[in-house]
Design a protein around this ligand. Structure first.
Ligand SMILES: [Zn+2]
Length: 297
């Protein structure tokens, strides 16, 4: 496992983190936590599926593939809305944020275009664990699941204040450094957890006690998304901001204690996401057998 993590972390430098959701580092941390928790049987199946994927846009290991959906989105704008659920702060309606839960006919990778991250994660997890899914589609389903469980735990991917999930709120970080609120939660706060991703991983993994893991494994995608939304309202949107998309924004300054609370919340969300990604993968891999995974279709 360690070799794989080191290799994946080394590849992070290849990705421009700014445009990525939940930052590439956040996704890799989530995948690394999940990978360490998978049973040998589930891990072997995950790796067997990934071994048949020859897409060159990221390295082919599990941790690197957790970032793939953000790369894919650049040339596949029809998948852009799948990464979040705009649950409005002033009118929290998950059904509306998920466009009334449209059903997908045919392979999940073909749509629908307007669907939220919660439903898309469910669609791809179901498809991933279906023995009848064609290998090419199973590979896509796995890569979307690896990514979307992470996105579902980024607070500003499951909350909105008419500000495009914080993209329109400019924050001053001092010394003339400004960043929008969404980017702060995607990358800045993760960077503040430490300079060495391996050290961060060791620390976060150590914080996951058996009791916490058991508690976090309860529930489903919908309840986990509600919890993420609560983190957004309680922490990310814990200061009064007005929607700022239609005006030239003046940078806001965080209230005292915001940054520390954000770091704690982000660390916990990554830990939860890692535990839950393992739960989702474990369940999806159970009905599959290795022999049934080849040949590639
Ligand atoms: Zn994403």
């Amino acid at each position: 496992m360690r070799k794989s993590i080191v290799a994946a972390l080394a590849t992070l430098a290849l990705f421009p983190t700014q445009a990525l959701a939940w930052g590439s580092e956040g996704h890799v941390l989530v995948a690394a936590i999940a990978r360490a928790r998978l049973s040998p049987a589930a891990l072997a199946k995950v790796d067997a599926i990934l071994a048949q994927d020859h897409d060159g846009s990221t390295p082919s290991d599990m941790l690197s593939r957790a970032v793939w959906a953000d790369i894919y989105r650049r040339d596949h704008r029809e998948t852009a809305q799948w990464h979040f659920a705009d649950v409005e702060k002033d009118h929290p309606d998950f059904d509306a944020a998920c466009f009334g839960h449209p059903s997908s006919a045919g392979p999940a990778s073909t749509g629908p275009e307007t669907a939220c991250v919660i439903d898309r994660t469910a669609d791809f997890a179901r498809e991933l664990g279906d023995p009848d899914t064609a290998m090419a589609e199973r590979i896509l389903a796995l890569k979307f699941v690896l990514h979307f469980v992470g996105d579902m735990h980024q607070p500003l991917h499951v909350a909105d204040n008419h500000d495009r999930g914080g993209n329109c709120v400019l924050i001053s970080l001092g010394s003339a450094r400004t960043v929008n609120l969404h980017s702060y939660w995607d990358t800045v706060v993760i960077g503040e957890l430490g300079t060495d991703a391996r050290n961060i991983l060791t620390r976060l993994s150590a914080e996951i006690t058996a009791d916490k893991a058991a508690a976090w494994s309860v529930g489903d995608l919908a309840s986990w998304a509600r919890e993420t939304n609560a983190v957004a309202l309680g922490t990310a949107y814990s200061f009064a901001t007005q929607p700022r998309c239609e005006q030239s924004p003046t940078p806001l300054t965080f209230p005292k204690g915001y940054d520390e609370a954000a770091q704690r919340a982000a660390a916990t969300q990554i830990e939860r996401a890692g535990v839950r990604l393992a739960v989702v993968l474990e369940k999806a891999m159970r009905p599959l057998n290795i022999a049934g995974l080849s040949p590639a279709q």
